[in-house]
Design a protein around this ligand. Sequence first.
Ligand SMILES: [Zn+2]
Ligand SMILES: [Zn+2]
Length: 212
Amino acid sequence: MATDLTIEPFCLGAWQTNCYVVHAGRDCWVIDAGFDPGPMLDYLSQHGLTPSKVVLTHAHVDHIAGLSDVRVAYPDVPILIHEDERGWLGDPTLNLSIALAEPLTAPPATGVMRHGDELQLSGLAFEVRHTPGHSPGGVTLYQPDHHVALVGDALFAGSVGRVDFPTSDPATLIRSIQEQLYTLPDDTRVLPGHMEETTIGREKATNPYVRA
Ligand SMILES: [Zn+2]
Ligand SMILES: [Zn+2]
């Protein structure tokens, strides 16, 4: 029997970014930190949880805007991002905040992830799958015992991530979904960066943008 895993979603800020607190035993991670992360920080303190990592699915502003607040609450927490977006946190053009009233720079990453890395949470292994296309360093975190994948903005219920940004690539996104996500078991829960959760099987059968 695998260790219990709790994944608490928080839909944060005006961009309605799904961020997650993932915990197993006493260990927990923050997955993305959107605008106005107060509800997520309240949850952590109410449950006596101290995150051992912030893991970023990618570095778009709506997934990193709350990083400064997380760092105020947890000054030493490591921040991981895929190596292809390592410099993006401090670059408003790349993180897409340049057009906002206040271009945003977030605290820098302290470590990088690569495809095939394994991150351990209380003995549960999360596989890092590189799923670029929406952005070049997009990652999915897949936990096979609990049949769950945190996919960032690669795949949504009935949709896919935007590919109209200068750093996006539509063909790459389709390949990522087909090769890295549609190859997961059909009953895998898909926890996306926006909108409601879905499953791999449902998207393979019905997603209008990417066929299995
Ligand atoms: Zn994005
Ligand atoms: Zn997003």
